[in-house]
Design a protein around this ligand. Structure first.
Ligand code: FEO
Length: 404
């Protein structure tokens, strides 16, 4: 059965939801699924904006055939060639032999690399600022390299104010029949997944996202719809989501608060982390979140690192080094460019406690503009009462830093 939604009178969402995939990019858990968005314009010419992942191609084809209602497909615009969007291109080329493909030079090169053969079709290579008319609708192509791959462009329909924004403004989470941001409680239903998507998929490319936001600012008064490749379509309250994107891409914390990430073998480091959380709350700092790095997927940890201003790393010493999952979290923060945060350290070691120094070196040496508070809680095996003063001092130092 087809499942489509009108975006405007002559523009249709023809994408699909995927609730079967457990790991996006085979690494990020997506318990709430994901949508692959594609849009079909019926003008004098018919134009498909991006395809979708191969896994949902059957639904996609059914949707397209329903909307076309016997018309042929004239153009397919590829804004992003990553296979979660480009993988169904070949099926479109086979089914619609006269379709012309519009994309960037880099995208055509990537299509070849992935084996999506476009050779038997007319390929129209576009670059920054190029325009095309499909009848009533005129579009401008705007390059957006590294948001999130090098070939990416976004397409702006100047006739109806629709911005096809590729991965930008996308989120994890399948659409539950609701397509538009104003049909849902976005904060409750999507914000966490939007942040996790941004931080883990696009997070590394803050400067490139900033460059795109600056281009968007130039046409902001003309944008009526933002149509990303994942998640809801935005048709109101743009400022809300753009503000989130602005903060995330500048690596500014969204909120003042404390993330306590602990790596504990027998529960003793965990106990210290719990005690610190309680001390902070007693001091009136209630925006505190604890995570066991052994059981929390690193994509969640990264998402929280993007949200909060202060990060406490609490780890046991393991093989004279940093506990592996904590090491992985720090490495991922580096890879995803986490910066502008204040860190604090709890270290534990039963006979040679050196993990605190190693974590401090990693944070100060590898994360941009991050500082580590001088006060540190050092444990020898467990949190005994003689450490109460150190705990209190650490909590005070965090509170003072937060209140500055
Ligand atoms: Fe949703 Fe970069 O692909």
């Amino acid at each position: 059965m087809y499942c489509v939604r009108n975006v405007t009178e002559d523009l249709y969402w023809v994408g699909a939801n995927d609730r079967r995939l457990s790991l996006f990019e085979n690494i990020h858990p997506i318990q709430k699924g994901v949508s692959y968005n594609s849009y079909l314009l019926l003008d004098d010419s018919t134009v498909l904006f991006d395809t979708i992942d191969w896994s949902s191609c059957r639904q996609f084809i059914e949707n397209i055939e329903y909307v076309l209602n016997g018309r042929k497909l004239d153009y397919v615009v590829i804004n992003h060639m990553e296979p979660d969007h480009g993988a169904s291109l070949e099926e479109i080329l086979i089914r619609y032999p006269d379709v012309k493909v519009i994309s960037t030079q880099k995208a055509f090169a990537l299509a070849k690399q992935f084996g999506f053969s476009t050779d038997s079709h007319e390929c129209i290579t576009v670059k920054e600022g190029d325009t095309m008319s499909f009848g009533k609708h005129n579009v401008t192509f705007i390059t957006a390299p590294m948001v999130h791959w090098p070939e990416v462009m976004v397409t702006f329909d100047t006739t109806n104010g629709v911005l096809f924004s590729a991965d930008a403004f996308g989120t994890f989470g399948a659409l539950n029949g609701k397509l538009f941001n104003d049909e849902m409680d976005f904060d409750k239903e999507f914000l966490g997944e939007a942040r996790r998507y941004y931080a883990n998929i696009v997070g590394k490319y803050g400067p490139q996202v900033q460059a795109l936001l600056k281009k968007a600012a130039g046409i902001m008064d003309k944008i009526k719809f933002i149509c990303p490749l994942h998640g809801p379509v935005w048709r109101s309250n743009f400022e809300y989501f753009i503000d989130k994107y602005n903060k995330w891409s500048l690596y500014e914390p969204e909120e003042k608060g404390v993330m306590i990430a602990y790596a504990s073998m027998y529960g003793n480091t965990e106990s210290a982390a719990e005690a610190l959380a309680a001390e902070l709350v007693k001091k009136g700092i209630t925006n505190v979140a604890l995570y066991d790095v052994s059981t929390t997927h690193v994509s969640e940890l990264i998402s929280e690192a993007f949200r909060l201003s202060h990060i406490v790393l609490a780890s046991v010493t393991y093989n004279m080094g940093i506990y592996p999952v904590m090491h992985n979290f720090i490495a991922d923060m580096k890879a995803l460019n986490v910066q502008n945060r204040t860190f604090a350290i709890i270290e534990n070691g039963s006979w040679a406690c050196n993990v605190g120094g190693l974590m401090q070196k990693a944070v100060e040496g590898e994360l941009k503009n991050c500082t580590v508070l001088e006060k540190r809680l050092t444990l020898a095996s467990s949190m005994l009462p003689d450490k109460a003063q150190q705990l209190e001092d650490l909590a005070n130092a965090i509170a003072e830093s937060l209140n500055n």
